[in-house]
Design a protein around this ligand. Structure first.
Ligand SMILES: Nc1ncnc2c1ncn2[C@@H]1O[C@H](COP(=O)(O)OP(=O)(O)OP(=O)(O)O)[C@@H](O)[C@H]1O
Ligand SMILES: [Mg+2]
Length: 364
């Protein structure tokens, strides 16, 4: 039978990935640092591991790199099972938060290190080191020592050192957190450019949601050792699958409510709940999806009368706190020229689309 390849989004088909992680676990005694991680990453994609401190991002990355032995689970790259392969034979490039450059070696020697270990010939080494240094825009600094470079430049050396071995996967653990805000922005763009230009598959660990959402093709949101959700930034924002993801990605109003007979009461409204859901629930609505006028196209929405209890002008947005039937809503509106912010005490009518209302079963 002829096999006809399907075009489009087929490369991320379920169960297939250039990097495939199955049931990866890490225990320290009774403590579960990483709990049954499954992950499929297509070739050429940049995925972020995003989550609060201690959720297992670094441990997961280090298990993939082979620097931390997994308690159980499998790691396959390009069809090759690497689970028991030594780290230096895994063909992975690593960049750490703390640069980890050799202080007594020149920039060129630092970058050449991985090639020397792999016994690459002199002429080829020189050419590849030159290319890698040029890629991170440090040509001219070859004979400097790391201490003679700025933090951003040192991080670029670390990146060149990882790229020069032409790794099958690039692993970056909070590479930008030691840099100031402006440099961080520049380096984000630079890393993304290089990653896309080389078509390299990469994992980027961060606890900065803006970094994850703006740089990466996909984001793996982790919490307490578990992968909560893997998706594109839009999927995570628009279709969060858990209260943790909804509140970790972007800002949100969270209300406790009780589901009964297919609905939960919030501020005098009856909010439809998913089939079969009963008992305690959480209702979530994004502050900027709440409007002060009804949708013009007549889309089904909830509406409630309230009073402005706080009004904050924040330049590009107006933030209102509105109390309606005893519930406090945070509402965000874009600012327009010549528009005066509503004052405290102003009566308002809040509207939000039914489709922008998330209801989750509350955690036990
Ligand atoms: N060698 C170890 N022995 C015992 N517990 C450990 C060890 N290494 C990590 N842990 C624990 O495993 C959990 C996950 O650690 P990990 O370093 O992966 O977190 P992280 O998500 O990278 O956090 P951060 O954002 O702070 O870097 C933490 O609770 C940590 O204390
Ligand atoms: Mg970490």
């Amino acid at each position: 039978m002829l096999h006809v390849p399907v075009t489009g989004s087929s490369e991320s088909a379920a169960g297939e990935g250039f990097l495939s992680v199955r049931g990866l676990n890490k225990r320290y005694g009774d403590f579960i640092a990483v709990d049954n991680l499954d992950l499929d990453l297509p070739k050429g994609e940049l995925v972020a591991f995003l989550g609060p401190s201690g959720c297992g991002k670094t441990t997961s990355l280090r298990m993939i790199a082979g620097l931390v032995p997994a308690t159980s689970g499998r790691i396959v790259v390009g069809g090759r099972d690497l689970t028991t392969v030594e780290p230096y034979r895994r063909d992975m490039g690593l960049v750490f938060q703390s640069y980890a450059l050799f202080p007594h070696m020149s920039i060129a020697e630092n970058v050449a290190f991985g090639l020397k270990m792999r016994k690459v010939g002199r002429a080829e080494t020189e050419q590849r080191v030159r290319e890698a240094i040029s890629m991170v825009r440090l040509t001219g600094k070859e004979s400097h020592r790391p201490a003679q470079l700025s933090g951003g430049q040192q991080q670029r050396v670390a990146l060149a050192r990882a790229l020069v071995i032409r790794p099958s996967i690039l692993l970056l653990d909070e590479p930008l957190s030691n840099l100031d805000a402006k440099l961080r922005d520049e380096m984000r763009n630079e890393i993304r450019d290089i990653q896309q230009r080389l078509g390299i598959t990469a994992i980027f660990v961060t606890h900065d949601q803006a970094e994850a959402l703006t740089m990466c093709d996909k984001v793996a949101v982790m919490n307490a050792g578990r992968l909560e959700q893997l998706g594109t930034p839009v999927e995570l924002y628009e279709k969060p699958q858990s209260p943790f993801v909804a509140s970790f990605i972007g800002r949100t109003n969270r209300f406790a409510a009780v589901a009964k007979n297919g609905a939960a009461e919030l501020a005098g409204l009856s909010i439809p709940t998913p089939a079969g859901m009963t008992g305690k629930v959480e209702v979530m609505i994004r502050p900027h999806r709440i409007t002060l006028s009804a949708p013009a196209d007549g889309a089904p929405c909830h509406a409630v009368e309230g009073v402005v209890t706080r009004s904050i002008f924040a330049g590009d947005i107006l933030q209102y706190e509105v109390v309606a039937h005893g519930a406090t809503f945070l509402v965000e509106q874009g600012t327009a020229a010549h528009e005066r912010p509503l004052e405290q005490g102003s009566p308002v009518r809040l509207h939000w689309l039914m489709s922008d209302t998330y209801v989750f079963g509350a955690a036990a």
